[in-house]
Write a protein that binds this ligand. Sequence first.
Ligand code: NAP
Length: 290
Amino acid sequence: MTAITGATRVAGVIGDPVRHSLSPVLHNAAYMAMGLDWAYVAFEVPDGATSHALEAMRTLGLAGLSVTMPHKTAAAHACDALSDDAATLLSVNTVTAGEGGRLKGSSTDGEGFLRALTDAGCDPQGRTAVVLGAGGAARAVALALGRAGARVNVTARRPDAAASAAGLGRGEAHPWAARTELVRTADLVVNATPVGMQRGSAAPGADAGADDGLPVGADAFGPQQFLVDLVYHPVETPLLLAAGQRGATVVDGLGMLVHQAALQIEQWTADTAPVAVMRAAAKAALAHSH
Ligand code: NAP
């Protein structure tokens, strides 16, 4: 790491819990490769203190702020302006300081997801997509897929959440029990549940699910299909392995994770972020965690 001086700019992430976050690894690797005299740190900010953290961003002149749970909705209320995605989702993962300390909130998850798809050679236009789950990640993905011209289907345990997420993508909601049939006939499948996540890596309260680690049976997959698993710990999830064995083209969760961070850096610096360097840094950090 380059020496911290009086000129070093500070960026960071607010969240709780946040100590497990890969964002400092991703961002600091990028800053170093870009030759930026910047440092990125994790700020543990309790629920309810979002607006104070954003005020501190102004006062301290932070170069940029990432936002994670439980602050994404409160940050949307506390920013001075929102990007279209952030306003639609009422969720902010990126805060950028503008003229006169005006704070703009955006959500880079959807665009990050689409960039990961592009890397894998998948254009969602005209494809039938199935999103498993209807939480924050699923909502961002459904919105992005709908905009990109996919036919969006959302299947989740809670019908109201599935309907809401499907609506963002101008798509259809389905019962969780229908997921195997939906996956069988889809071109593109996205696991946006935490099922398959390494035990112990889940945030408190998260439900890592079935013992086999599969949100849907592996025999629903075949060649000509794309599977994106948003779970990135482990990088090779049970679902990725099983679907890959059945001939599907698989895309791991690091793709979206890296691209959503790269988009933050691009917003803060107006420069292109080194995604390959960031991916390698994240992979190395995950390999060193249990
Ligand atoms: P979330 O808001 O808590 O939503 C989780 C969704 O999964 C909910 O619809 C939940 O349904 C469902 N779910 C949970 N356990 C389940 C189970 N055992 N069986 C079926 N459905 C289940 O979480 P999130 O923020 O959307 O994150 C979801 C996953 O994506 C996490 O693993 C997270 O790490 C990952 N993620 C990755 C990226 C990336 O960049 N790669 C970005 C964001 C999130 P209920 O409402 O019924 O509980």
